[in-house]
Ligand binder design. Sequence first.
Ligand SMILES: [Zn+2]
Length: 387
Amino acid sequence: MKNLDIDRQYLRATLLELLKIPSPTGMTDVVVQMVCHKLEAMDIEYELTRRGAIRANLPGKVHSPDRGIAAHLDTLGAMVKNLKSNGRLEVVSVGTWPARSAEGARVTLFADHGKHYRGSLLPLKASGHVFGKQVDTQESTWQNLELRLDEPVENLADLERLGVHPGDMLAVDPQPEFLDNGFWVSRFLDDKAGVAALLAAAKAVTDAGCPLPMDCHLLFTISEETGAGASHILHGDVAELLAVDNGTSAPGQNTSEYGVTIAMQDSSGPFDWYLTRRLISLCENYGIEHKRDVFRFYRSDSAAAVEAGNDIRTGLICFALDASHGYERTHEKSVTAVAQLLALYMQSGLLFERDEHALGPLEDFPEDPSDWDDSEFCAIDSTGPSD
Ligand SMILES: [Zn+2]
């Protein structure tokens, strides 16, 4: 197993490219195309589901069982709910995100026949010159927001003439700003930073020609923000699924701002004991800055996979994210650390031989998780399965 260098230039450029493509849940085809081209550039084979979830394959010595690493391509967005008599548009959110952070956002409305319109999401009482103090006391809710299109529209008839309809999708501008000191600020770093980290890890492994002990599927999902996650894209022989998503930096959280965060539990319950310890051992042995954290209001691709009835070991690793689902910020070091850990995890062997089969006898079933020590396996210069 080798601690591989991550191509930071590739990571940064890929993330910026991903951010440039609007991909609210339900409108992910363009970003799917882009990621498929990235995979082709690395000679990585992939399959596509009907709706565009991607299952790529890094082949290993053993084809079954295999493992999956999932990141989601879809982002939050919004949708036109109704056309209003004042020429503005009522909107609803796609995915769960605060109206407060939608106020002032610039958006593109996608109407029929390829027509695009630009506009801003604004509070109903937007101007202090008209509403005085009410601009500060108005509750921040999606009902109190409206979309102002930058078109000459003053009434319902004007909107209808433009060809705007209830159900038109809205994509919010990401406004990326990547500073030289490593802070990366943008909307939708969730989960595009995760996608970029996964691609950068795959690039590190393929560039180095590292042999992998078992097949590793790179899963790019398209409906995480609305809950379906990686439920629909697994082969029957996936034994482990690791999701890559955001770890929220906030008071009371233990997220690593410049390293990788290993999630111990989210709303769906504790992550797999052994997989979690494997990830921690890899960080400890290869000097990757990391912390453990527990999330309260959180679910990821892996929760959806388990809820869909898959008996698989699941884990979640995170890049740091401040103000998640708002105007987000991460750090280059954190996203790089995630990519580094992913590249090591891809090279690590199966946790238990018995995981090859969905059902098995008691003899080889682990006896006591609290006794289990994976550190020897993950040690540097290990003669593990990859050597
Ligand atoms: Zn996410």
